[in-house]
Structures are given as structure tokens and as C-alpha cells.
Unconditional design. Structure first.
Ligand code: SF4
Ligand code: SF4
Ligand code: SF4
Lengths: 267, 739
């Protein structure tokens, strides 16, 4: 079974809050010193799901597509090290500053360019902006059935049985192929690449594709094609004030607390 | 016989024990003392006994059969050893085995002291005495026998008169000493076994055989005295006291019958001795030869140093997953193990009931090397593929040695320190971990998380809320930035930066360095892990990448210079910089904060004068500072100079110190097993009655803190054991404005 996984390189979500900085004027996240960007954890799980599908079906390929600047290549390399076959890097200045829509558009063109596979897999959301829409938009653009936020995927002959995480439990669905799946963290840990694979992946060529290669005009993608406009980017501040309620007896303290809560308009 | 002589057979008890001669040791001095005394007394007896002597082959015909057998015996032993050596040679050659011996004097010293002198066996009084008895008895009896034979074939008579009698006495005494030794060994196995003990048929065969040889030797001697000496020269036979007593026991037996029995026992004794000694090539008796050899071969670099995988990118395999991936020395070593259990008895993981016993690792690998190794040798001989006919059902790593055993190892080196035959368990264990991590990518989740954090964030503390500079908050201006001009770089390390409890230690160190006016600086914000956690966890590749990165930083900032010294308060950083970074091109000097602080106190630049409360303190040795790098006294001397402090020791201290449980990357793993190592160690500290435990390692501090939480769950907070870094205590005593 052939699978394509779309992955994204993001700032390490484990960056300590103290090291996370944004440039409010440029409306950009500043890379934290000494902390390398990583493949979005959900996407690593998507790669894991794809590799398991390939293993279970006994043949096929797992190819990786990532859209992003130079550093996105590392996310592709990581996926290759995990065991994926080929990597495609959508790299073009024109892609810069895009939103979920332009990303999905470029990805869907790339998928058509490579040939629509049996299964298309995404992480449930990129762990930086957490929008969780690209997978569904691509499904829509390619007119494919989709199932999102999956905790399990199982091959069933030519169809696929999946288990979705929903608010009050799980939902099991059968899908025909080709289809689009998005993988949730409940799926389980992605494999740690073997050193030999890391070294092989390092030597592997990653094919770069530009907007023109995909038949896209610069005005359709990136900031130019964006449908979402950002108005401000800032780090919320949270202030904690501590007031100790004095009182000689527990009753007095309780009364004091009630007054304070009233004053704060909480009661 | 050319010379007629009257003789004592006990001297020949060990006629076959030829190779014991190789272990003659000047260090077994206590055993030689009685010998000197005896010679003196015998000298005084000169007049009375002139002419005493004996015949080499008294009452024995066809003794030449013995000489015929000798080459066979030697052949059988050599065959056994050569056969084993073919398995050893499956391994990779090391520079050692190509004859490049570094530090020859150290090796020779170890050969003499540790090999011949059984230095490490003597540490345990009971086993030490037992082993010494058996060993000296075998050596003396061998020499005595050889002497008798030589005497027989040279034209001059040495063994006549008083010399002969002294000689008889020595032989008798050491025969008895041997019997005592064997009895102690048997009792040891029955009455006082070690916790990790594995006596098998080999033990009983070796001990039983030796016991029988000694006893039949005395019987033969007794019969000779009974039949030829006691009536003619009774005063001679007093010089063979044991033989004399045996002779008395036979006094009712007719001489002709006694002569027949004598012949029978003589042959039993002789053939028995020759058979017994062949065990040298086929059982753990081989330690007579292999143990001194292994003492010589043991690495002479610091015990905490791991060997680097050179040109790692070009390797066909990473670490060890097949027998032939080990070095020859590593395979050889498996055969040296005598199953004594000392390693396991000292292993923190085993003590805490966790799934690791270094003795079993060595023994299981040995069985594997025997079964699979010989098959591989056969394949080689027949020109087959090395693994021809071998199934993968029980792989060496993951089957013979289980993953959880490999992960439970703290690389603390207690096993290596305890092993009387100088086996190096740690590199063998880490080599197998290397294959788990790099080859198979099979590891506990916690290990994976740690390695990923190291790769991405350059430190092992996943989920820390801090940055590299968090510890400086509020005192930035007091911390000199490294300019390349100062003498010392204070390397804070990841733990000192990312763990809140350790940040306090970092601040104490800074405050002390400032108080003593040390010229130092800190590379702010730019440090990265030196790679030690990755290396101990088996990820050599990641270690090399991190180390290269840090060396590059040190090059750029002028740290990597013979004139500069790096201070660390983390013994793991210390060990890595000191012992492992030279392989990566490091030139700088390294000092642990306790060493520097001790100097500063000595020079009067730090004066621990202010009153710290009266307290008893026990010092816990960090493995990577103590056992691995021999720094035992510096931290203790600091503590001793702090007023009002009384230092007391836990029973396991210094070389025998027990790991806190964090080493070998276990700081970041879930422990499996009955109890946790830190709890065992905290209990030991609490049992001393000390109010505080001091240590010099940020990992140990965390392990103690968390151990106290469970061990002293019901104890009031103010009565709980306090845990301090040596620097913190010194700061309280020597820095006036410290809180
Ligand atoms: S190094 Fe320490 S933990 Fe590892 S086997 Fe030896 S004694 Fe046990
Ligand atoms: S490895 Fe050493 S300490 Fe351990 S059982 Fe063998 S000989 Fe004894
Ligand atoms: S080796 Fe030193 S720098 Fe690396 S984790 Fe340990 S404390 Fe940190």
C-alpha cells in the first residue's frame, strides 16, 4: 500500500516557557537559542502510522512531503531515518507567510504531482499553531474521504478501519482507499531511528519542488494567497497577586475571604 | 636411584601441580614467615640428625610411567587452553593483543600484586585466608617436589641431614595448611555462602580433588614412615609431624601389607594429581594462569573511561550484538571468571533487588561463548559463513543478556573494583547497550525521551522549565563572563543549570570562588552538554556530536588550552572532560570543585570559621569522583575543616562506596525491581545516625532527596536527613554574607 505523509518542522514544543520569545512587531516567533526545531510530534506519529501500514500490507512505499524553509529538510530527514522511502521538500520563497489554506493547496498539488496514493496521512495538527485544518482541507481539495484524530488504524483488505477519538469515547469507521487520515497522540510513540538509518537518511537526496513545479502561481500561495490575516502576535502575561487573609479565628478568616471574593466580584 | 635416601612422600603430593609454580609470589609473605622459622630451628638440630635423607621412589617400581604421563598431561592442558583461545580469537584484536602495552610498569605491578599476590582476594579476611592457604600450600608443595626431584638428579646431595629434616617439616606444614584451606572453602560453600553464589560441579571437583590429593599424600607419607623410618630413625620422623601421626595410626598394620597399601596409594595419589591438574585447561582452575594474565591485560586508563568508537560513520555495526563484535580481551575475560559472586554482591542494582547481576552476565556470556563460539570457530575452519547453522532464537543481546539487565547498570564500577580476577564488566555492558540504542533503537521510553531532548535541546532534562541562565537570575552582575583571560572556566553543566536543587549548588560554588578571589568566568548561555549522558546510555554517536560541538565552543572561546582549567561540580562532567575528552582533542586541565575548594582552604583563601550548627555528617562517595577517579579525600578534608562538624562513615565507603542509583543514565530511567537503589543508600546513611549527608555530585543530591522522601516518610521534616553538597556546607562556614 502506498502512503504519503505530510510533515511540518516546528519549534520544539518542549522549549521552556522562559526561552520562548516572539517578535511582536515582525509578528514572528524567535527561534530559541540552542534548541533545534523538530518534526511536529503528531507528524512523527503519522509517519509511524504510515510505516506500520506499509509493514502490514507487505509492500508499497512511504513518501514524505514537507512545506517550509530550509530547516524543514530536517523533518523530512527524520522521517526518512524512521524508515520512509523518499522525501519531497516544497521550498520556494513564494510559500513564505502562508496559512493553512495555501499550505493545503500546495500540498494537494504536490500530491497530485506525485500521484494520489492509497492513504494520505497527517498529524492531527501541527504542534505550533495547533489549527488542525490542513489535513481536512487537502481531503476536500482532492475530494477524498477523511477521518481525523485517530488513535488506531488497521488494514482490512482494501479498506481501512480506524478508531477516532471523540469527546465521549471512540468511534470506529471503515474507509475506502484512497483516503485521508490524521493521527492523534493516542496512537502511540513513534519509533526511534536506528543509527544506520539516520546515516543513510543523511545521504539520501530530498527532491525540492517549487511553486512553479506544481503549476502554482506565486499569487496563489504564501502570504499573497493567504485567507487569514494576522493582526497581532504577543505573549500573554499572567500576573499572580497573593493576598493573605488575616484573622484570629477560622471564622474571621472565612468572613475575610468572602469579603475579598466579593470585592473581586467573584462571588 | 643413583642416591639412596630415605624420604617423605608428602613432598610429592603435588608432583603434577606444575603450573602453580607460575604463581610464586613474593607477596604471600605471611606464609613464608613460618618457613624461615622452621629453617632456623632445623639448623640448630644439625648435630643430632646428620645423615637424614630419603629415597625419591621408595617402594615404587615402574615409576617411569609417571614421567611418561607427564607430557600427556601437559598436552591435555595445552589442548584445552588452545581450544578456548580459538574462541577468544573470534573477537576483535585490540592494540594490547598486538603487543602495544601502555603503562608497562603499572601492568607488571598489577600482575605481581593483584595476580600473584591476590591483593583483592585478601580484602575479605575469610576468603583471603582460605585462598592464601590453598595457594601457598600448592606453591610450596610444588617447589618442595621439584626440589626433591632435582636433588635426585644432580650429583651433589642437598637434601641430607638437617636440611632434609627442615624440608620435611615445611612440606608437612604446608600440606596441612592446604587441607585447612580446602576445609575452609568447603565450609564457605555450605556454611557461609555469599548472597550471589554459584557453586557447581566444578567447585566440588576442584576442591574435592585437591582435598583427596592432600589426604592421600599424607597417607602415603604415613605408610612410608611406618614401614621404613619410625623403627630405624624415629627422631627423623618427628620432622614429618602429620606423617608421623598417620604412621602411628597404621602401627598395627604388618609391614608387608603396609608396603602394598603404600604402593596403591602412591599411584592413586600420583595419577590423581596428574588428572586433577588437567582441570587447568577445562575448568575455572584455569584462573591460576588466566587471572594473572587478566590482571596484566586490564586497561590502565581511568576505570570510568569508555573506549571511543573511531570513525563511527564507517562502522558496519555499532556496539556489540554478536560474539565477534567483542574484543579478544572481552571474550578472554569471560573464561577468567571464577563465579565468586563478589561483583554481584557489590552491585547496587542487585542489592536493591533489580534485574541485574554482573556475575550472571559474565557467566551467561561465557556459556554462550562456549556453545555458539565453538560453532563459529568450526564454521571458520570449514570455510562457512560465521553464523552458519546458528539460529537467532536466543540472541546474545536481548536473549542471553536481557535488556532490563543492561539498562539497570549504573556503570558505577563496583563490580570491576570487587572482581578478584580483574574483569571489566562496564565496557562489556555499555557495548551491548550501544547495540540496543544505535543498532536496534530498542530502549525504555524514558531513555528515548532523554536522548531526544539531548539531540534537540542539548541537555538531558526533558520538561525543565528553566533555561541555561535561569540560575543566574538576580545575580547576573556577580557572575563574570568568560573572556578567555581568566584562569578557570566554571562549567556549570546541564544539571547545575536546569535542575532547581542543583542551581543552589551552582550559586554556592560561584559564591565561594568569588570569596576566594579566584580568576574565573562562565560561558553564559552558550554551554551545551558534554555528551556524557548519551555516552553512558549507549549513544556513542550522539556523544561524539555533542562533544565535538562543545570542543568547538571551547576552541572558539579560548578554553581549550593547556594553561586553562575547567572547574566542574558534576563528577560526570569531570570524568568525561578529564578522561574522555582528550580523545576528542581536548588540551585543557580539569579540576573538580572539591579539589579546588580544598586547595583554597589549605591556602587560607577560604576560612571556614563562622559557626555552622554542631552536626554529624556522613559523606557519600560519588562513583565518578571516587571509584572512577580516585578522589576520596579532598571532599572529606574540606568537611573536617568546617567547625562543629563530625565526620562519620557509612560501612560502604571510598572504593567500596555504594552508588546512589543515578549513574549510567539511570538518573532518567524508571527503576524496575524490588526496591530503589537510592532508598538502600539513604537507609545506610540514616543508619549512621548522622544528621546530614554530604556529597559532591548534583545527581547524588537528587537521588538522596527523593530517597529520603520514602525512607523517612514518617519522620518530622526537621528531623529528616539533610542533604548538602560539600560546597554548600563550606559556603555556610566560609562566606560571611551567605544566608
Ligand atoms: S557497574 Fe555497578 S551497577 Fe553496573 S553491574 Fe557493575 S556494580 Fe552493577
Ligand atoms: S566477574 Fe569477577 S567478581 Fe564476578 S563472579 Fe566472576 S570472578 Fe567473581
Ligand atoms: S554530563 Fe554534566 S553537562 Fe552533561 S548532563 Fe551531566 S551534568 Fe549535565
Amino acid at each position: 500500500m502506498d502512503v504519503i505523509v505530510c510533515v511540518k518542522q516546528i519549534p520544539d514544543p518542549e522549549t521552556p516557557a522562559a526561552a520562548f520569545k516572539v517578535d511582536e512587531t515582525a509578528m514572528q516567533v524567535l527561534p530559541a537559542q540552542g534548541i533545534s526545531p523538530v518534526i511536529s510530534p503528531f507528524d512523527a506519529q503519522a509517519v509511524e502510522a504510515a510505516l506500520r501500514i506499509k509493514d502490514a500490507s507487505g509492500d508499497g512505499t512511504v513518501n514524505i512531503i514537507s512545506l517550509g524553509p530550509d530547516s524543514a529538510r530536517d523533518a523530512i530527514k527524520h522521517s526518512l531515518a524512521m524508515g520512509a522511502d523518499e522525501g519531497y521538500h516544497l521550498k520556494d520563497d513564494a510559500f513564505g507567510g502562508g496559512d493553512a489554506w495555501t499550505t493545503a493547496l500546495a500540498l494537494s498539488k504536490a500530491i497530485q504531482h506525485l500521484g494520489v496514493p492509497d492513504v494520505l496521512i497527517f498529524g492531527r495538527q501541527a504542534a505550533d499553531w495547533d489549527q488542525g485544518t490542513v489535513g481536512s482541507i487537502v481531503a476536500e481539495l482532492l475530494d477524498l474521504p477523511s477521518a481525523t484524530v485517530l488513535r488506531a488504524v488497521e488494514l482490512n483488505g482494501d479498506s481501512i478501519t480506524v478508531s477516532r477519538v471523540v469527546a465521549d469515547g471512540f468511534e470506529n469507521i471503515d474507509l475506502p482507499t484512497p483516503c485521508v487520515l490524521t493521527i492523534s497522540n493516542e496512537f502511540g510513540d513513534p519509533r526511534y531511528p536506528q543509527l544506520r538509518q539516520i546515516m543513510q537518511a543523511a545521504r539520501k537526496q530530498v527532491t525540492e519542488l517549487t511553486a512553479a513545479d506544481l503549476g502554482l502561481d506565486a499569487s496563489e500561495v504564501g502570504a499573497a494567497g493567504s485567507r487569514v490575516q494576522m493582526h497581532a502576535l504577543f505573549q500573554p502575561t499572567s500576573d499572580v497577586e497573593v493576598e493573605i487573609i488575616e484573622g484570629d479565628t477560622p471564622e474571621e478568616k472565612a468572613a475575610g475571604l468572602v469579603n475579598a471574593l466579593r470585592e473581586a466580584k467573584i462571588l | 636411584m643413583t642416591k639412596s635416601a630415605v624420604k617423605s612422600d608428602s613432598a610429592r603430593r603435588q608432583a603434577g601441580a606444575t603450573s602453580t609454580g607460575k604463581r610464586v609470589s613474593a607477596l604471600a609473605i605471611p606464609a613464608w614467615l613460618p618457613l624461615g622459622g622452621i629453617l632456623l630451628v632445623s639448623g640448630a638440630e644439625t648435630v643430632r640428625v646428620t645423615g637424614a635423607h630419603r629415597e625419591l621412589f621408595f617402594n615404587i617400581d615402574h615409576f617411569w610411567v609417571l614421567y611418561m604421563l607427564l607430557p600427556f598431561v601437559i598436552g591435555i592442558i595445552i589442548y584445552g587452553l588452545v581450544r578456548r583461545s580459538r574462541v577468544w580469537r573470534l573477537g576483535k584484536p585490540t592494540s594490547l593483543l598486538k603487543g602495544n602495552f601502555d603503562n608497562l610498569p603499572v601492568r607488571l605491578g598489577r600482575l605481581v600484586k593483584g595476580g600473584g599476590g591476590t591483593e583483592r582476594v585478601l580484602r575479605d579476611p575469610y576468603s583471603g585466608v582460605m585462598h592464601l592457604c590453598i595457594m601457598t600450600s600448592m606453591i610450596v608443595l610444588f617447589l618442595v617436589t621439584a626440589l626433591l626431584a632435582i636433588d635426585d638428579y644432580i650429583p651433589v646431595d642437598i637434601l641430607v641431614g638437617p636440611r632434609y629434616l627442615g624440608y620435611s617439616l615445611v612440606a608437612d606444614i604446608f600440606g596441612l595448611v592446604g587441607i585447612i584451606g580446602v576445609a575452609m572453602a568447603v565450609a564457605h560453600r555450605w556454611v557461609r555462602p555469599r548472597t550471589a553464589w554459584l557453586p557447581t560441579w566444578e567447585d566440588w571437583l576442584i576442591l574435592g580433588g585437591l582435598g583427596m590429593l592432600l589426604i592421600t599424600g599424607f597417607i602415603v607419607e604415613g605408610l612410608r614412615i611406618h614401614t621404613s623410618e619410625i623403627d630405624v630413625h624415629p627422631e627423623w620422623s618427628y620432622w614429618s609431624p602429620v606423617g608421623y601421626v598417620v604412621a602411628l595410626m597404621f602401627s598395627g598394620v604388618k609391614i608387608s601389607a603396609a608396603l602394598d597399601i603404600h604402593t596403591t596409594f602412591w599411584w592413586i595419589h600420583m595419577v590423581g594429581a596428574l588428572s586433577w591438574i588437567t582441570l587447568l585447561g577445562y575448568s575455572k582452575l584455569n584462573h591460576l594462569v588466566l587471572a594473572p594474565a587478566n590482571a596484566f591485560l586490564k586497561s590502565t586508563s581511568a576505570p570510568g573511561k569508555l573506549e571511543m568508537i573511531e570513525n563511527i560513520e564507517e562502522q558496519e555495526h555499532f556496539g556489540v550484538s554478536q560474539l565477534e563484535h567483542f574484543t579478544m580481551k572481552q571474550i578472554f575475560e569471560l573464561d577468567v571468571c571464577v563465579r565468586c559472586g563478589r561483583c554481584t554482591d557489590n552491585c547496587p542494582a542487585d542489592i536493591a533487588g533489580q534485574p541485574l547481576s554482573p556475575m550472571h552476565i559474565i557467566q551467561d556470556l561465557k556459556s554462550y561463548a562456549t556453545a555458539v563460539g565453538e560453532q563459529k570457530v568450526a564454521n571458520l575452519v570449514q570455510g562457512n559463513d560465521l553464523n552458519f547453522g546458528l539460529d537467532d532464537e536466543t540472541p546474545m543481546v536481548g536473549g542471553v543478556v536481557r535488556d532490563e539487565s543492561l539498562w539497570a547498570c549504573r556503570t558505577c564500577g563496583a563490580c570491576v573494583e570487587a572482581c578478584p580476577v580483574f574483569i571489566e564488566h562496564v565496557p562489556t555492558i555499555v557495548d551491548m547497550r550501544r547495540s540496543l540504542v544505535m543498532e536496534e533503537a530498542r530502549m525504555p521510553d524514558t531513555v528515548q525521551g532523554t536522548l531526544e531532548t539531548l539531540e534537540r535541546q542539548g541537555h538531558p532534562w526533558r520538561g525543565t522549565p528553566y533555561t541555561r541562565d535561569s540560575w543566574m537570575e538576580g545575580i547576573e552582575d556577580q557572575i563574570p563572563e568568560w573572556t578567555g583571560e581568566q584562569d578557570y572556566l566554571y562549567f556549570v553543566g546541564c544539571t547545575g543549570a536546569f535542575v532547581d536543587r542543583a542551581q543552589e549548588i551552582t550559586r554556592s560554588v560561584v559564591s565561594l570562588l568569588r570569596e576566594a578571589d579566584v580568576s574565573f568566568g562562565v560561558i553564559k548561555g552558550m554551554e551545551s552538554c558534554n555528551g556524557d549522558p548519551a555516552r553512558r546510555l549507549g549513544h556513542e554517536y550522539l556523544y561524539q556530536i555533542l562533544a565535538e560541538g562543545l570542543i568547538e565552543l571551547f576552541n572558539e572561546t579560548g578554553v581549550n588550552d593547556e594553561q586553562k582549567t575547567v572547574i566542574t561540580h558534576c563528577p560526570h562532567c569531570f570524568n568525561t572532560f578529564l578522561n574522555e575528552y582528550p580523545d576528542m582533542g581536548a588540551k585543557f586541565q580539569v579540576i573538580h570543585h572539591t579539589q579546588l575548594l580544598e586547595q583554597l582552604v589549605d591556602d587560607g583563601r577560604l576560612v571556614p570559621s563562622s559557626d555552622v550548627p554542631e552536626q554529624t555528617i556522613t559523606y557519600h562517595d560519588s562513583c565518578y569522583l571516587g571509584r572512577h577517579n580516585d578522589i576520596f579525600e579532598a571532599p572529606r578534608r574540606i568537611l573536617e575543616q568546617v567547625p562543629n562538624v563530625t565526620l562519620i562513615e557509612m560501612p560502604r565507603n571510598r572504593e567500596q562506596g555504594l552508588c546512589c542509583g543515578a549513574g549510567g543514565g539511570n538518573m532518567w530511567m524508571e527503576e524496575q525491581g524490588k526496591s530503589r537503589v537510592n532508598e538502600v543508600r539513604v537507609e545506610e546513611a540514616v543508619a549512621t545516625g548522622a544528621e546530614a549527608a554530604c556529597t559532591a555530585c548534583p545527581f547524588c543530591i537528587q537521588m538522596f532527596d527523593s530517597g529520603i522522601g520514602t525512607v523517612q516518610l514518617d519522620v518530622e521534616d526537621e528531623d529528616k536527613l539533610k542533604v548538602l553538597d560539600v560546597a554548600e556546607l563550606l559556603q555556610a562556614a566560609a562566606v560571611s554574607d551567605s544566608e
